[in-house]
Design a protein around this ligand. Sequence first.
Ligand SMILES: CC(C)=CCC/C(C)=C/CC/C(C)=C/COP(=O)(O)OP(=O)(O)O
Ligand SMILES: [Zn+2]
Length: 422
Amino acid sequence: MWCKHSKANSERFCDEGVSTITSDEQVRVEKSVAAIFNYFLNTGNDAKEPVLHRERHIAYLKKGLKHLPEGFVSLDASRPWLVYWAVHALELLDVRLTNDEAAGIIDFLKHCQNPEGGFGGGPGQYSHLAPTYAAVNALAIIGTKEAYDAINREKLQEFLWDMHTDEGAFRMHEGGEVDIRGAYCAISVARLTNVYTDHQFSETAHWIMRCQSYEGGFSGAPGMEAHGGYTFCGLAALTLLHAHHLCHTPALLRWAVNRQMRFEGGFQGRTNKLVDGCYSFWQGGLFPILHTLLTQEDAVNMSAEHWMFQQEALQEYLLLCCQHSRGGLVDKPGKGPDFYHTCYTLSGMSVAQHFSAASIHKKSVVGHPSNELMLVHPLYNIGVESAVSATQHFNNLLVPQTRICSAPYSNNINSQQEQVQT
Ligand SMILES: CC(C)=CCC/C(C)=C/CC/C(C)=C/COP(=O)(O)OP(=O)(O)O
Ligand SMILES: [Zn+2]
């Protein structure tokens, strides 16, 4: 079922059998397999290259973006998310927002920011770590001084303290759940906007490590089931904390490679579940991070030119099964498009198209060369250029010190301040 360049690597990296699934689920798998099969059957050797319907996706995103400030009823508490998913998908498609679009988004996100720090799911809503992460990422992507200045960094750090637990974890909102998303959202915004202090995150890596399960992936909270979304949060957070050495990388790698399914080429989120386009990033995004860690451990050949998953097979799944005819991308054939899936399928496609490690850059763009997307930063999931510009901007500013800290940390923080000032 795989095209010629797909098969060898899939057999090399995937050593587990196919999941046990219900007949209803089997029908969904077959739809994907049929789409891929038909493509190769009908096109034969004269295979017309699969095309990314860029203009359709841009039109879909732009149209939705116009109505975002009014919100969608069912996603009323996720409005900064909708903004982030749309502007990130557009940046991957190499589309710059107009000045008016950018100004409208900045103004809207300012209304979601609370005087006590952090962003809520909409104007007047309590601050929550998930929309805070989405708003900060969206503003970093817009990348103008006005966008950067919209973030109240001092109050943001205070909000992170308010969410911080004695164990070093983070709750999603006041009185809310404590899970690994909280740790990731907190460290991601802290690093990106340079409000990070060792003091605030001193126990976080140890708490995260309690979430690595016997399977090798990470769960939402200690003792739960490993899942791609949570695994991304765990690995990216550990890396941003410079604590990746704590992770059991061989177990994680084994778990991650086995989440790419032989039939469709896409990833499942957890054992015995179905492929879904959004896991192209939650799982696919693990590989650039893992590659860096394994290179540091000398476990990976420095001259490798491929991530440790089947990059072409993932692109085939996305191009042949996940593009909606009217624009936007989907979980699997038969589903409708939405901004979430459009964002994470394109992020995953970008990872699959570009191998980039140390001085080696190797493109493996399936289909027409115009399918190529912009490079994604795997730790923040914003464009690499957006991440570099934002960190350069914020690293020139002082780190706020909203909590007085006791002896062991104070030297460290002083030296951080000095580094920033020099
Ligand atoms: C930064 C941030 C907020 C990250 C979120 C990460 C994320 C996507 C977590 C997924 C959580 C989860 C257990 C989904 C299962 O859904 P399901 O049972 O419908 O799907 P499945 O069958 O594919 O597991
Ligand atoms: Zn999904």
